[in-house]
Structure formats: structure tokens, C-alpha cells
Design a binder for this molecule. Structure first.
Ligand code: SIN
Ligand code: FE
Length: 292
């Protein structure tokens, strides 16, 4: 399968015909990456000073912004810089929202805003535990914020000023991943979800769906033979390009690159045109159980 669907656009608020909207929805729901090769997010001359890894707190890999609480996290800077960094992330968040609402218009009323992130640290050579190592193929699943079956839809933009691509590997279909790793998933223990919530390890209940997705995420990353031998292709995102991907069903690994902005959205499964493509429906079919 072709993993990329290219869409020519040069403005974040560009209107799209119904045909392009339908094609984009069908492509993203079937596991393709929507790539906008000529859609740069341009920094203001003032913002260009943030093109450096020094603004990230040493314990974090990203700077993140929560538009609901208006809080910027993991930034290491002066008060003035904090204000300007926050404005930069806010502006990206607004641009990403415009793009998604125009291109994926049928989703618009159902989308919930997630975090905005700025990733100024070079990925290759970054050290972390295997679970946090995004250079290994995985599908996204968040330990602390269960999404209870909702889709994870992300908008990325490569703002690298030195001509450096963001280099990903993209793996097999979610069906392939699920069939391979489901047999190894351990059962969720009785009372586990209540315990996790009571001790604030998770913000809401970790449903059986979230449990299975996390197990699949961890087992994919732990399996070095799978990392090497799984069907996969290289994808390179040039500076000045942007892309949309539902990272809960697209197996991906970010191998190299520096300076990317990202906006996360959550989409309820019933807002999809073809809910049977969702990881929730695929896992429910394979297990024969209701998982949320
Ligand atoms: C990831 O979601 O695994 C990382 C993607 C990126 O930062 O390019
Ligand atoms: Fe990921």
C-alpha cells in the first residue's frame, strides 16, 4: 500500500472541494499519511531564536502547550521568552485547527483538542528507555491519558532551518500489528484500572482498549527482531512540509530530525466515515469483546 497521500496546498486556511475532503478522509482512515509538501509554518524573525534545544527542560523531550488550561510545560526560559514561546505554539495550534477543520470538515464538530508540542531536540542519538524510544516502530498509546477508544489525530510541521528532513519509518497495517501482538498481550488485572486512577497514575479509567493499546505499543518496541524484519518503508518529510497522521493505527518510528511542531486532536470513533477502520473496532473484532 502507498503510505502517503499528497495534497497540494499553500495556505493553512485554504478551502477544499468536497471531493478532496472525501479523498482525504478515506485516505487517513485507511492508514495513509496526508502530506502537504508545500505548507510551511513560518516563524516570525523574533521566534527564530527558539530554533535551539536550549529552551527545553533537561528532563523533557518536548515543550508542550495545553490550550484548554493555557499552560506551557517543560520550557526553560525567561518570563518574556515564555510568553513568546507560548504565542508561537498557540499560533501553530490555530493554524493546525484551521487545516483540519477545512480538510476534514465532517470531523470538525466532534474533534477534541489535545496538546500542542514543540520538538527542538535532535531525535537520533537521544537516549531513553525502550518504552520512550520513538526510533522504534510503534503505534501511539498514552500511559497517563487513556483515550478510551478515541482516535489520535496529529498534525506535524517540519520547521528545520538547516534543510534537515524529518526521517520516519512506517510499518505494516494496524490489522497486521494487532494480529501479530494480540496473542502476547497480558490480561488486565481485576481492579487494575481503579488502582491506576485512584493513585493518579492515569487521569481517567484505563479501559481494556487502552490496556491492549499500551501493551501493543510496549511489545512492538521491545521486539528487536520485529523492528528489523517487519514490513516497513522510509518516509522523509522535508522542511517546509506538513503532514496529518492518525498515529494510533499507523505504525511509525521517528529516526532523525530536529525542530518540529505538532498538534494532537482526539476524534470519537462514531465521527469517522468508516468506524470499522478504527483500532477499537479491529481489536473488538479480533478479541470478540467490547473493550470500552
Ligand atoms: C512519534 O510520535 O513517535 C514521534 C514523531 C516525531 O516527533 O516525528
Ligand atoms: Fe509515536
Amino acid at each position: 500500500m502507498q503510505v502517503i497521500k499528497q495534497i497540494q496546498v499553500s495556505r493553512w486556511d485554504e478551502p477544499f472541494t468536497n471531493d478532496i475532503q472525501s479523498e482525504a478522509i478515506a485516505a487517513t482512515e485507511s492508514g495513509k499519511i496526508l502530506l502537504f509538501p508545500t505548507l510551511p509554518f513560518t516563524l516570525t524573525p523574533d521566534e527564530q531564536r527558539f530554533l535551539s534545544p536550549i529552551y527545553v527542560d533537561s528532563k523533557a523531550k518536548n515543550i508542550s502547550y495545553n490550550s484548554v488550561t493555557d499552560v506551557l510545560r517543560s520550557a526553560k526560559c525567561s518570563e518574556e521568552e515564555y510568553k513568546n514561546l507560548k504565542a508561537m505554539l498557540q499560533r501553530f495550534s490555530t493554524h493546525a485547527t484551521l487545516l483540519v477543520k477545512h480538510l476534514l470538515a465532517p470531523y470538525a464538530s466532534a474533534l477534541r483538542m489535545g496538546r500542542t508540542s514543540y520538538r527542538p531536540i535532535e531525535i537520533s542519538g537521544r537516549v531513553s528507555s525502550y518504552r520512550k524510544d520513538d526510533t522504534r516502530l510503534h503505534v501511539d498509546a498514552f500511559p497517563a491519558t487513556p483515550n478510551q477508544g478515541q482516535r489520535i489525530l496529529r498534525v506535524f510541521s517540519n520547521i528545520n532551518p538547516h534543510g534537515q528532513e524529518r526521517f520516519w519509518r512506517v510499518g505494516e497495517s494496524f490489522m497486521g500489528v494487532a494480529k501479530r501482538f494480540l496473542p502476547a498481550v497480558r490480561k488486565q488485572l481485576l481492579g487494575e484500572r481503579t488502582l491506576l486512577k485512584t493513585f493518579h497514575i492515569t487521569k481517567t479509567y484505563r479501559t481494556e482498549y487502552d490496556h491492549i493499546m499500551l501493551q501493543i505499543h510496549d511489545r512492538m518496541k521491545a521486539d528487536l527482531a520485529y523492528q528489523k524484519n517487519a514490513p516497513q518503508s522510509d518516509v522523509r518529510f522535508a522542511p517546509g512540509s506538513s503532514w496529518i497522521v492518525q498515529t494510533d493505527h499507523v505504525s511509525h518510528a521517528a529516526m532523525a530530525g530536529q525542530y518540529v511542531l505538532e498538534q494532537t486532536f482526539y476524534l470519537p470513533v462514531n465521527a469517522m466515515q468508516n468506524p470499522e477502520h478504527s483500532p477499537l473496532h479491529i481489536l473488538e473484532t479480533l478479541t470478540g469483546r467490547t473493550l470500552t
